[in-house]
Design a binder for this molecule. Sequence first.
Ligand SMILES: [Zn+2]
Length: 356
Amino acid sequence: MAAPFFCPWCRHELSAQTDELVCGACHRRFPVEERLPDFSSRSHYWNQITEEQMEVILEIARLHGYRYAIEKIFTLLTDRSHAGYVLSESRADFRAILPITPESDVLDLGGGWGAVACTLAPGCRSVTTVDTNPYTLRFIQMRARQSGLDNVRPARIDPLDDARLPFPDGSFDVAIMNGVLEWVGEATEGVSPQEVQRRCLIEVRRVLKPGGALYVGIENRFAYGYFLGARDHSRLRYTSLMPRSLASLITRLRQGRPYRTYTYSYQGYKALLASAGFGSPELYLAIPSYRDPEYILPAEDDRAIAYFMRRRAAHIVDAMRRRTVQALFNRLPLSVSCRLVRQLFYSYLMVAEAPR
Ligand SMILES: [Zn+2]
């Protein structure tokens, strides 16, 4: 069984009453409605669709199944391409680089629509999936039940910028942060986003067992696409490339808010994880992206990178891009071209070990 829930405020045991969990030390009460515990202390709603639309999706999922609700209704409200984002098992393909066994207890941070949790569940002992959105957590609950999975446990928490996880120390073998870390600095003001991210990682480290694995999937701050004008998390161009203070000045002028969605360079991620007490991470390049990786390359393996890039270059349709990649690998020493690929790659997967 997964570790019990603990009080997120004082980390004391909770006792189960009818419809709530009660802390024996600070006497805080946490409601449990239809088996969904709620540890949130402030409301925070993030999703592709509105709360009213979410109610409709849930009702249809209840009546006709979660898959039907997504394929027939959700796609009408958003975009056809979003169905794959919600349903596809390939969204959890990064499991290939994680030490997950049938005895593993997994923590999925920012569980979204449950694509990762419900894909990992058959291969491990338990998946605890936490998020701030009560509707998608309900959806995950229903999805797990309809898929015959009895080891998926959703819980509602506060946003991770003030990470207080409702678990005792050393509860999990693996923690997953897929497309999450870049957002955690957003809600808190007065503390630098980097410091907020560091505190969040320290809290995640606390709930990992000694030697447990943290997985992070995230963009590269200096991805080549950003130099070509791709939009950053701020929804503006070039902000990730700028010094943070300049990016903040731009977002304040254009959007009336500071720049807080920090991403980092290859070395920057290593430094951030080290500052939160994790061991040196194994880094991988995810192609086309960490959200749905088709290929995963070990980032330090020059032979693998060279083989892949040469092979792929031959199939690039755009002549200009093809010649650029070919020149990179034909004119420069291999170690230089591979370093360039590493430093400029779109997104990274990282696996870091909690101290033993
Ligand atoms: Zn308490």
